[in-house]
Design a binder for this molecule. Structure first.
Ligand code: SR1
Ligand code: MG
Length: 423
């Protein structure tokens, strides 16, 4: 299919970006000095876009521009530039609810499908830090707060119906990005597909077993349907450890270009799935062997705290701000009403937990057998070692999808991960 390039759009490079930014007075002031003195570097290592860091004598910024195709694949896979608008809108909405966790948006250009934001510095992409074995002590609490606030405050429990429907309508056009998820996560890995790949022939049999697993395919299809049809809250839509930048005491969430209104368990589960993948990859990163065991324990504790912190804060917000049209305040008045609401909340959170486990599992499978992989596993040079890590990952993933109901709590999930790793 030919690329469709709207009038006024051009992809920028190091040189043309500096000239463009020089025409934006507020950005020019922030960077300081002459545009010729600015250092521009393209640092994008994601699957879709251009990302630039621009450093001037007085400050620095990050610029993200959508390309009219999937960067990972090339021009043969055209992709709607409008994703930049959805990303920018999602960042604006989410920063109202969780301002500490979202980089400040400084400028948006609707013709270039580009936006300028605060550079998160000295933050690093969390996935890279985890490959190095770095502990992030404040991460779990901050990301749980981000998840609880962004999801609760865009849900029907917090919003009047008309406002909620406006958000659904605003994001319903992000269809091409949703389609990527529908295909790459919920469909491709479960059939023969040209886009699939795995990094060693040692996984051929595991891939075949998954393709032949009818029970698994039914459960994944149910999760796909929920992804396509439930409008619970505004999601980030691609919340993995490559979409999070961290320091020891700060957490920033980036890249919400897959944002749409969908099932909350997708955001929570994708993140937990990526933590579990990192856990299973650790035996392949023995650069500091004595410390890896402790690091594995930290990852599992973090996965537990992400879920339990999210659950606790979400219920607190629901109890304190019952401002939406769902579960109307008038029906849950007085001590009996409050007790009844607690029963409803527990049932809701249980469903959300099971959804999250299913989505965690689908994320772990797609990053092993689908098109887009994780550096956590890909950086393991020895193919036998890598395959043994990936097999463990697939084993837990399948169980989370098919047997989500059998897990009483998040501790049971991490216990199962530890048992699979020890076997
Ligand atoms: C073709 S895009 C592949 C993947 O990159 C993003 O991180 C999303 O997860 C998407 O599925
Ligand atoms: Mg991304």
């Amino acid at each position: 299919m030919a690329l469709s390039i709207p009038e006024g759009y051009r992809a920028l490079d190091d040189r043309t970006l500096a000239a463009y930014l020089a025409g934006l007075p507020a950005i020019r002031r922030r960077l300081g000095g002459d545009p010729e003195s600015w250092r521009v570097s393209e640092v994008g290592d994601g699957n879709l876009n251009l990302v630039f860091i621009v450093e001037g004598p007085d400050g620095d910024i990050c610029v993200k521009q959508a390309l009219p195709y999937v960067r990972l694949v090339g021009e043969s896979w055209p992709l709607d530039l409008k994703r930049a608008w959805f990303e920018h809108q999602a960042a604006v909405i989410q920063s109202r609810h969780a301002p500490r966790q979202i980089p400040e948006v400084l400028h948006y250009d609707e013709k270039l499908y580009l936006f300028v934001m605060e550079r998160c510095h000295p933050h690093v992409i969390m996935r890279r830090g985890m490959i190095e074995g770095v502990v992030y002590p404040t991460f779990a609490e901050q990301i749980a707060e981000y998840l609880a606030k962004t999801l609760y405050f865009t849900s029907d429990m917090a919003l009047p119906a008309a406002e909620k429907k406006e958000i659904v309508a605003a994001f319903c056009g992000n269809t091409e990005l949703c389609k990527i998820t529908e295909d790459l996560i919920f469909t491709d890995p479960y059939m023969i597909c040209d886009r699939n790949r795995w990094t060693s022939p040692q996984l051929d049999d595991a891939a075949r077993t998954i393709r032949e697993d009818a029970e698994l395919k039914r459960a994944v299809s149910a999760l796909k349907l929920k992804f396509m049809s439930e409008t619970q809250a505004l999601l980030h839509g691609d919340l993995h450890t490559g979409s999070i930048m961290v320091t020891e005491d700060d957490t920033k969430v980036i890249d919400p270009e897959f944002a749409f209104v969908g099932p909350m368990g997708f955001d929570v589960g994708k993140l937990i799935g990526n933590l579990l993948m990192s856990f299973f990859s650790q035996r392949g990163h023995e650069c500091r062997p004595g410390e890896r065991e402790a690091y594995r324990r930290w990852i599992l504790a973090t996965a537990e705290q992400v879920w339990s912190g999210f659950e606790k804060r979400f219920v607190e917000l629901w109890t304190s701000y019952p401002t939406g049209d769902a579960y109307p305040r008038a029906l849950f008045d007085g001590s009996e009403g409050r007790a009844s609401l607690r029963i409803a909340q527990a049932a809701y959170m249980r469903r959300l937990f099971e959804d999250a486990l299913g989505y965690a599992g689908t994320s772990m499978i797609r990053r092993t057998l689908g098109l887009a992989h994780n550096a956590d596993m890909e950086r393991i040079a020895d193919p036998d070692l890598r395959a043994s890590c990936e097999r463990r990952n697939l084993e837990l993933a399948r169980d989370l999808i098919v047997n989500a109901r059998a897990y009483p709590d998040i501790a049971a999930v991490t216990a199962r991960a530890a048992a699979i790793e020890a076997a």
